[in-house]
Design a protein around this ligand. Structure first.
Ligand code: IFM
Length: 473
């Protein structure tokens, strides 16, 4: 193990290594019906009783739409090289088709300029789960047409912002938008359809491929996708649980990684899904489109999960969910858990990264596009948030990252999740991931100890390695 990140012998990251912070549109922006924005699938889902904790919505969230200047000041004072945010499709193309919405585009224009003026390189995610409801009404990601719509939307953004944004992330965690959105129903649009989830996973990848093509044509210098591959461990030594790990590996990892990085569909899909994996949603040429070279792959890592064999609950392949083998986060006796219930196992982060390098010899450079922890933050009497557990989480995971890099994994940067406490999807506002606290009554921002710790780490790194990224202009 490397020494702790904040002590003497702090594991050094190479010259030019990027430190950043990340957020996503629906989680922070609010202004859900302003300036022409239409509902996304998440606006709809939040209004369905019982879907989201406490009936929460992203209507106001952190009000970043109006307070983005204040948030850029927080980023500037933090000293990050780069900021990862996402663009809300229903804000910039409210019908999911046709021309861009000038007022929505103006917002991202202002945000981009504000970041550049602060010396921060913008990294824009095109799709962090907020599909325009109008497109869901026409089939959503179950239908191939949505991939084409995504390419058109990408073109609008490349035309408007491509002169100033260099780093583009096509999709965030397509596992969630497909298997959670259309399989388990735990995310918007809340469907439970086995085949729909498989078709969605494929169409998301086709959309990714088309978007990469658009961005290349526009001359974008730095294009990638963000995935959340999982470290999957058998709950017991039984053969059944080991087989379940292989199936879970297909659902969580191979269905995305193999077409993107190895030019083939996953090996064990028949064994995993039987007749559901009929491939009828695939076309000749899709693999070439999906597998176009990338400048980086973004990796989001939080925790390992364990897998136990769960027989398909629904014997009907037409309605069976594609994720019945979904693992529990129930492992790791004696290991601390975050308030998400997620076990804290930094070594699994190292294993994930070294495992990816072994499995995919042509692996592009990696960016860690999310890593962080939800904690039970409380303000002390003096108003300060002394989030020692989050500091320890970040320190240990950065040390685990440094371990992977020492073992030869090419990682170019790290984005902490998240700059702000925000709307944590089906958990509403009950989970706080921010290094800055947001008071949801007053919307006041208060940097936590973890913010100061991360700032000091960045300063220390910069003092030792003066080379920094120049924001793309
Ligand atoms: O908040 C989410 C984010 O939107 C996607 N990755 C995981 C985070 C924590 O659950």
């Amino acid at each position: 193990m490397s020494p702790p990140a904040d002590g003497p012998g702090f594991p050094r990251f190479p010259d030019g290594f990027l430190f950043g912070a990340a957020t996503a549109a629906y989680q922070i922006e609010g202004a859900h019906d302003e300036d022409g924005r239409t509902p996304s699938v998440w606006d709809t889902y939040c209004r369905e009783p019982g879907r989201v904790a406490d009936g929460a919505t992203g209507d106001v969230a952190c009000d970043h739409y109006h307070r983005y200047r204040e948030d850029v000041v927080l980023l500037r004072d933090l000293g990050v090289d780069t900021y990862r945010f996402s663009i809300a499709w229903p804000r910039v193309q409210p019908d999911g088709t046709g021309p861009g919405n000038p007022k929505g585009l103006d917002f991202y224009d202002r945000l981009t300029d504000e970041l550049l003026a602060a010396g921060i390189a913008p990294a824009a995610t095109l799709y962090h789960w907020d599909l325009p409801q109008t497109l869901e009404d026409r089939g959503g990601w179950r239908v191939r047409e949505t991939a084409g719509r995504f390419a058109d939307y990408t073109r609008i953004l490349a035309d408007r912002l491509g002169d100033r944004i260099g780093r583009w992330i096509t999709l965030n965690e397509p596992f969630c938008s497909s298997f959670a959105g259309y399989g388990s129903g735990s995310h918007a649009p809340g469907a439970r359809e086995g085949r729909g989830a498989l078709a969605a996973a494929h169409h998301l990848l086709v959309g990714h491929g088309l978007a990469v093509r658009v961005l290349r044509e526009a001359g974008a210098p730095d294009v990638g996708i963000t995935l959340n591959p999982d470290v999957l461990l058998p709950a017991t030594d039984s053969d059944a649980d080991r087989d379940a790990v292989r199936r879970a590996q297909t659902v969580h990892n191979d269905v995305f990684l193999d077409p993107l990085l190895a030019g083939h569909y996953p090996e064990h899909e028949r064994e995993t899904w039987g007749g559901l994996a009929d491939g009828s949603y695939r076309r000749d040429g899709d693999l070439e489109l999906i597998g176009a070279p990338l400048d980086f792959v973004g990796i989001n890592y939080y925790r390992p999960i364990t897998v136990s064999d769960v027989p398909f609950r629904d014997p009907d392949p037409a309605t069976r969910t594609a994720v019945d083998i979904r693992a529990e986060e129930s492992w790791c006796d004696g290991v601390r858990r975050t308030t998400m219930g997620w076990p804290v196992v930094p070594g699994a982060f190292t294993d994930l990264l070294t495992g990816l390098r072994r499995r995919y010899p042509g692996l592009p450079p990696l960016l860690i596009t999310e890593n962080g922890s939800a904690e039970d933050d409380r303000a002390d009497g003096d108003g300060q948030i002394r989030d020692a557990d989050r500091v320890a989480y970040l320190r240990d995971h950065l040390a685990a990252l440094a371990d992977a890099m020492e073992q030869g994994v090419d990682v170019r940067g790290y984005y902490v999740w998240s700059l702000l406490d925000n709307f944590e999807w089906a958990r509403g506002y009950s989970k706080r991931f921010g290094i800055v606290r947001v008071d949801y009554d007053t919307l006041e921002r208060t940097p936590k100890d973890s913010y100061r710790w991360y700032r000091d780490l960045i300063t220390d790194h910069r003092d030792r390695t003066p080379a920094q990224e120049q924001p793309h202009r």
